[in-house]
Design a protein around this ligand. Sequence first.
Ligand code: ASP
Length: 386
Amino acid sequence: MKLSTSTALKTTFAASLAFTALFSTITVLPNSHAYAAEAIVSAESAPKLPKVQVIATGGTIAGKSVDETSFQNYRAGTLLMEDMVKSLPNKDQIADVSSFQFGNAGSSSYTMQQLSSLSLKVDQALETQDGVVVTTGTDTMEEIAYFLDLTVRSAKPVVVTGSMRPWTVIGSDAQANLYNAIKLAASGKTKYYGTVVMLNDEIHAARDVTKTNATRVDTFQTPMTGMLGYIDEQNIRMYRANARALMSADKWATPFDLRTIKSSSMAKVEIAYSYQEAGAGAINGFVEDGAKGIVTAGTGTGGVSKAIGEARAKAIKEKGVIFVSTTRTGSGSNYSSGDGMIAGDSLNAAHARILLQLSLSFSKDFKTIQGWFDTYGSGQVNIPTK
Ligand code: ASP
C-alpha cells in the first residue's frame, strides 16, 4: 500500500514519537532535517509497535463508582476492558493493544480451576503477543500473580495490575496503572523475570509482593528486599533481578505445566493461623475435609501452639498430610523443617499455599516437593557460573 507523502509523514512521525517515548531515556524532538528524511519512508517500513494483550478479570480497576468522588462506594468488575482500553489516551504510542475479557469479578471469587484456565489463556496469547497484561482485583492479586508466575510457560513479559480506586472517580490510579502496565509489558524489560506486579509505578516480583494496606494506593510492597524497579514516564528502570530471572535457561520453566493435568483435580491445601492458645480445630477440620497440604502461619519464626503442633504431628503420621511452615509476622525467613514439614523460607502463607497446592497436584512425593520449594520456591539469588 502506497501512502501519500503527508499520510506517510504523519504515520512515521507518530511511530517515531512512540519509539522515542518507549525506548529512549532522552526525549528527542523532531528537527526539520529528520522530518524531511522520514517523509519519504512508507508505512510498510515504519517500525512496528510491540503487541500487548490486556486480559481482564475484573476488580476495582473495572469498577464503576456511585459518583465521581465515591472512592470506596463502587461496583467492582463492571466496566469492559475493550472500552477501558479504547478510552486510554496515547496508547497507540506505546503498543499495539488488544483486549480479552476473561471475566469481570472480584479477585477472591476465582476458583483455582478458573485460574488454571487464565494461565493457559496467558500462554496462548503469548504465542502471538510480545507481552500480556492481566488486570485483577487487588485483594488476592498476590496469589493470582504467583500462580501465573509458577505456571506460565512463556518467558515473555506478564504484568499484573489493578487499582485501589475505581476507574470512574477523580484521581483514580486505574488509568495510570493500566497505561504503565501496558508500557512495561511492551518494553520487554521483564522478560525472564516471571510474572511481575505493577501498581503505583512500582514493579514487584510476584513471589515477594504483598498487599499491605486495605485502602492506600501504595499498598503493594515487597518486605525487606524491596521492589525490582519503577517507571518514571518513558524511563522504565529495573534495578535488580529476582531469583527467577537468574535461573539458567534449562531450569527456567517450572515443573507445573498445566497442560499435563486436569485442573479439576487440583489438591486441596489450606492455611492455619496460629495465635495465643490456638486450638486444634482448624487442622483437624481441614484434614477431615480432605486437605492434602496445610500451610501454618506461625508466630515468630514459624512457631505454633501446643494444640496445633499435636494436630500437625497426627496429620503427618496418620494421613500423610504435608505441612509448610511460614511466619505470620509479614516478613523474614523460616527454617523449620522435618518429617512431613517443609520450611517456607520467606514465602508468606498465601504464596506458600499456591506453591504447595501446585506441588501436590503434580507429585505426592515429599522429597520431590521439598526440592521444588528449595528451587522454584526459593527467593535466594544464585549467580550463574561465569
Ligand atoms: N474487591 C476487589 C477485588 O479484589 C478489590 C480490588 O479490586 O482492589 O476484586
